[in-house]
Design a protein around this ligand. Structure first.
Ligand code: GDG
Length: 495
């Protein structure tokens, strides 16, 4: 979104003012965040900028093509904001108080659900006040959607922050066709059972007609849990509810705007910048790259250790190989993320201090976020892309790297525990907990013959280019429109 976008008025404190109504929409996306960030300029004026993150990267093109409304929080606490239009997109802000940001967002969403759903790689905290806030905020999102959706509209709810919205919305608007997509893993029954509110979450999701997951295994976990905990009848991917409704749970692996990103990577400016990046690092033989949100699920520590050991033991020379790690700032007010940042700072400092030489730090660590053009240049510059999450719903970075390698060169080292591993079979797959295995995979990814790397990359490129974000969204929306319902009513198809 351009900085010159119209800046909507922040609502004043005069209580008598009538709230502008968002126009009714036939297609509504509900996500925790609107695809914009409000930023304050030095002169006190305000602008809107597209915010980073997988969800926005994934949904923006689909929304623009279909038109429609996007409901979400705008990122500023205690500041109600009027609905506004930007570039043909209706944006409908949902206000959150600072207590709600702390309890619903940082608390229940990111302190309870996020670690629980990612194999408990960090300890999930269970607090009843966090849950109460989650219920309240979910109800607010559902109420807003009930106002905005026109009769018989298609509503697509996104992700773990809003799992109660499907049921809440169905209660007030049974005419709607409701879809839900979970971007993160859905845990096995043994872990999900820890959640004191497990039944409410399952019932919340069952308000949808179609519940989408990244992988078939996640959909199976969900159906099994519904059978065990809510005692509904199930058959394969279908749950049969006592009121005659059927809910489908199925996998829709998310992807990227592959041709759009490839086009950006093909621009001469991207290659020029890629050459400049390599040059500034002394033109190493191998440039390794990691790009992640700074998150404990992403396996940064394990991959940096593996690389550091290869240098320390002399398998790799520091003149020969350099690692760039971009860690985009994320959830910085959550305690576990602050600890992680210190931990990675220390680790990078130790490795560079132990094995670096003047002008030759083996790891270039960037705790910052970059424009898309710089990301494309980095993908062009890297010989080896290192994606080693301990658990990840999909991982779009892996697919983005593949999309940018239009000469079929470069190599992808990919964790078995990323959803993307199911599709990118020809990556150098690793168990990120196995440091020796990871060291061996890094060496293979660097030293294999060009022919072998080309064979792998070609196959992965076919997969990514044929199954892009458009394919993801259209298959989901088609299945949602066709989902069989007792009244037999079909929704108008979307574009
Ligand atoms: C969740 C799930 C799932 C990162 N830094 C910058 C930047 N990014 C972009 C990447 C990529 C996206 O953010 C990150 O997506 P991931 O998929 O890697 O990870 P999560 O943020 O954890 O996303 C994940 C995803 O949802 C979608 O369903 O794949 O499993 O955890 O697109 O390029 N973009 C820019 N500057 C940065 O500095 N412009």
């Amino acid at each position: 979104m351009s900085p010159s976008s119209p800046v909507p008025q922040v609502e004043g404190t005069d209580r008598g003012r009538t709230k502008p109504r968002a126009p009714k929409a036939a297609f509504v996306v509900i996500a925790n965040r609107l695809p914009v960030d409000r930023v304050q300029n030095a002169d006190g004026s305000t602008d809107w900028r597209t915010s980073p993150g997988g969800l926005v990267a994934a949904l923006e093109p689909v929304m623009r093509r279909n038109g429609g409304a996007w409901i979400g929080w705008h990122g500023a606490a205690d500041e109600p904001l009027d609905p506004f239009e930007d570039d043909g997109l209706q944006l409908v802000p949902v206000p959150l108080s600072s207590d709600e940001v702390e309890e619903y967002y940082e608390g229940f969403s990111n302190g309870t659900l996020w670690p629980l759903y990612h194999d408990v790689v960090a300890h999930p905290e269970f607090h009843r006040e966090w849950w109460d806030s989650y219920v309240r905020v979910n109800q607010r999102f559902a109420d807003r959607a009930a106002e905005v959706a026109e009769d018989g509209a298609v509503v697509w709810i996104q992700d773990y922050q809003l799992q109660l919205v499907p049921q809440m919305l169905r209660e007030s608007r049974p005419d709607l066709r409701i879809g839900f997509f979970l971007h993160i893993p859905f845990p096995p029954t043994e872990l999900f059972q820890q959640l004191p509110w497990r039944k409410q979450i399952l019932e919340g999701l069952l308000g949808a007609d179609l519940v989408g997951f990244q992988l078939p295994g996640a959909a199976q976990n969900f159906v099994r849990l519904v059978r065990q905990r809510v005692r509904h009848k199930t058959h394969r991917e279908t749950v049969y509810l006592p009121d005659g409704r059927a809910v489908i749970a199925k996998a829709y692996p998310i992807s990227i705007d592959a041709s759009g990103l490839e086009a950006l990577a093909r621009q001469p400016e991207s290659q020029r910048r890629a050459d400049e990046i390599r040059e500034s690092l002394g033109n190493p033989e191998y440039l390794l790259l990691g790009i992640d949100r700074l998150d404990y699920t992403k396996g940064l520590r394990q991959r940096l250790r593996a690389f550091g050991e290869l240098i320390a033991e002399g398998t790799l020379d520091i003149e020969q190989a350099v690692f760039i790690q971009v860690a985009t700032p994320s959830r910085e007010r959550v305690g576990q993320y602050r600890l992680l940042r210190d931990d990675i700072d220390r680790l990078v400092g130790r490795i560079n201090g132990d094995v670096g030489r003047i002008g030759n730090p083996p790891i270039t660590y960037l705790h910052s976020s970059y424009p898309r053009s710089e990301m494309a240049a980095l993908y062009r510059a890297a010989d080896v892309m290192v994606v080693t999450p301990l658990r990840d719903g999909m991982n779009l970075v892996a697919k983005e790297y593949v999309a940018c390698r239009y000469h079929n060169d470069g190599a992808l080292v990919l964790s078995e525990f990323a959803g993307a591993a199911a599709e990118l079979r020809q990556a150098y797959q690793v168990n990120p907990y196995d440091i020796n295995g990871m060291k061996a995979a890094l060496m293979d990814a660097m030293c294999d013959t060009q022919a072998e790397k080309t064979r792998r990359m070609k196959a992965m490129r076919r997969q990514v280019m044929d199954n892009d974000i458009e394919h993801w969204a259209s298959t989901f929306l088609e299945d949602l429109a066709n989902a069989r319902q007792p009244h037999g009513k079909r929704t108008r198809p979307l574009l």
